[in-house]
Design a binder for this molecule. Structure first.
Ligand code: GLY
Length: 369
């Protein structure tokens, strides 16, 4: 099989060099060939336990063959304590102990649950990830948030615990359905809006099809997005402050996901980012030319920015979020391309802010407000 063969480090084109970026406490994100990186990174002489899902098990059978594999069901509905308990039982049955190394291989659901189970079984096993989705490579697998959903509330139980490594092999994204690939691009656009003007411009001068078809360009984009995330996580691993910026588009995005039932996470984040742009325009913290560029990029990347519910329904969904406490809500709003800030918005004003738009003709609601 041909493996991806070139990447760019600090502007220099190399024929084949893995990019390794240190996150924190000996944890790194490695961009390059999965097989080669696994050979280098998996601890020698230890029992390796792979946690993966049925799709990845089928697609990457030859990669996973040498390892003991625990296979979970596919999809967000399985990211539960029930699945975690099944994995704990399997670990007990097979007499796994603290010397075992857990390798989560899959998208965000798999790496979240594998990281959570590894972090909690016997008070913690070492673990690493091979991230197989674009969304996972630029967000979910990076930064040490591991967890499960409880009663439909997302990531209510979990840990902050960094994997020893997260491997991002852009070659693996070739097996990703087109819609999933595009969903990951929402998180890439998010990273660019938060802190990388150059990445934003690169995305403006490219397209989803071009990125998908050009391994070198894609690995450059993944590397840049990962660097944005790592930069923030290395300063605030446990989300006491700055890390909240990574939630750009997510406050409204999670509400959109709850109200829509058809949009996936990336699509909801894209629509949530558009809502954040419009809020920033209402509050006059974002120059409208920059707002236009962000909205145009999101639309050009194929995202439907229509809000799937009324502002009232969305506001209710936002305020039901169990993780929001106190009278204010931390809204992450862009102040320009490559810069955003955390705003404490009174909860009572969220509905109005969703309704009141600087340029109402640009706002589309699927239901009448
Ligand atoms: N997905 C946002 C974060 O990792 O903080």
């Amino acid at each position: 099989m041909h493996y991806f063969c070139s990447t760019i480090i600090d502007g220099a084109v190399n024929t084949y060099i893995n990019t390794t970026i240190e996150v924190i406490d000996g944890s790194s994100v490695c961009i390059g060939s999965c097989r080669q990186l696994l050979e280098r990174l998996l601890p020698e002489g230890r029992r390796i336990i792979v946690i993966t899902d049925a799709t990845i098990d089928r697609l990457y059978r030859s990669l996973l063959e040498p390892y003991e594999c625990f296979v979970i069901g596919v999809g967000e509905s399985g990211k539960t304590l029930h699945t975690a308990a099944a994995l704990y039982r399997k670990l007990i049955e097979t007499e796994a102990d603290r010397s075992c190394f857990v390798l989560g291989v899959g998208g965000g659901v798999v790496t979240d649950i594998a990281g959570f189970v590894a972090s909690t079984y016997m008070r913690g096993l070492e673990f690493g990830f091979v991230s197989t989705t674009l969304l996972g490579q630029v967000d979910a697998a990076v930064g040490g948030k591991n967890g499960v959903n409880v009663d439909g509330f997302k990531n209510m139980v979990g840990t902050f615990n960094q994997p020893k490594f997260a491997i991002c092999d852009t070659e693996m994204l070739k097996t990703l359905p087109e819609r999933e690939f595009r969903a990951g691009l929402a998180e890439v656009i998010k990273a660019a809006v938060i802190a990388d003007t150059e990445l934003f411009e690169l995305l403006e001068n490219s397209s989803p099809a071009e990125l998908r078809g050009n391994g070198e360009l894609l690995s450059r984009v993944v590397t840049s997005a990962v660097k944005v995330k790592i930069g923030i996580v290395s300063r605030d691993a446990c989300e006491k402050g700055e890390r909240r910026k990574l939630n750009l588009g997510h406050t409204v995005g999670h509400a959109i996901e709850k109200c829509s039932h058809t949009m996936n996470h990336g699509e909801a984040v894209a629509a949530g980012m558009a809502a954040a742009v419009r809020m920033a325009e209402v509050l006059k913290v974002l120059p409208s030319a920059d707002g236009e560029r962000i909205l145009r990029l999101l639309e050009r990347y194929g995202f439907d920015l229509t809000l799937p519910a009324t502002p009232r329904r969305l506001a209710n969904a936002i305020l039901k979020d169990k993780k929001i406490t106190g009278d204010t809500l931390n809204m992450i709003l862009p102040e320009g391309i490559g810069s955003c800030r955390i705003f404490a918005v009174p909860k009572s004003e969220i509905g109005e802010l969703l309704c009141k738009q600087h340029k109402p003709e640009k706002v589309r609601f699927a239901e009448n407000p």
